[in-house]
Design a protein around this ligand. Structure first.
Ligand code: ZN
Length: 187
């Protein structure tokens, strides 16, 4: 019998940080304290991700500049991947590059065709400091690359060029959430 609580059920829904907020555009710091505060952060990330109907969320998206992300994301075969990763490194990103629709909870309501590798491996540790290796293909590989990018201070518009990039940044400037002056200065 398993009696595990649903991820996020003990967490608080935190305010999401939007494009242009400096915390999204700076590299996150490694986690060194594997105490209860880290478990609380992971619970809050799950609660916030589910409330926003996302498939992945990085800690700096709720204003915490630490190298942690959570995910609950299907791959292209509809296999569900659920978990968290602390201090991840993207150790493999290979096979073909696909341009597919990508969105982000820090740019809600906007989507753009973004190039990503079809296969990715991220290695790090879990909330107790035990080694973890996460491998993904298709949409889940995209998610792993997107979340690892967040922890480097990179958002998906940074990966776009030309008209795709201008279109996303124009949409961001006009979005209701970009009232913050920070978004304007980024765009
Ligand atoms: Zn994102």
């Amino acid at each position: 019998m398993r009696n595990r609580s649903i991820p996020g059920s003990a967490g608080r829904v935190r305010a999401l940080r939007m494009l242009g907020d400096p915390v999204l555009h700076a590299r996150c710091e490694p986690v060194t304290d594997f105490g209860p505060a880290l478990s609380e952060l992971i619970e809050d990330l799950f609660a916030t991700m589910y409330a926003a109907r996302g498939v992945g969320l990085a800690a700096n998206q709720i204003g915490v500049p630490l190298r942690v992300f959570v995910y609950d994301c299907p791959d292209d075969e509809d296999v569900r991947h659920l978990g968290h990763l602390v201090n991840p490194r993207l150790t493999r990103a290979d096979e073909i590059v696909l341009r597919g629709p990508e969105g982000c909870l820090s740019l809600p309501g906007i989507e753009a065709g973004t190039e990503r590798y079809d296969h990715a491996v991220a290695e790090g540790v879990d909330r107790h400091g035990e080694p973890l290796r996460i491998e993904g293909t298709g949409f889940f590989a995209r998610c792993l690359q997107h979340e690892c990018d967040h922890l480097e201070g990179t958002v998906y518009p940074d990966r776009l060029t030309g008209r795709r990039r201008s279109r996303v940044l124009r949409a961001a400037r006009r979005a209701p959430w970009s009232a913050a002056a920070a978004a304007d200065s980024y765009v």
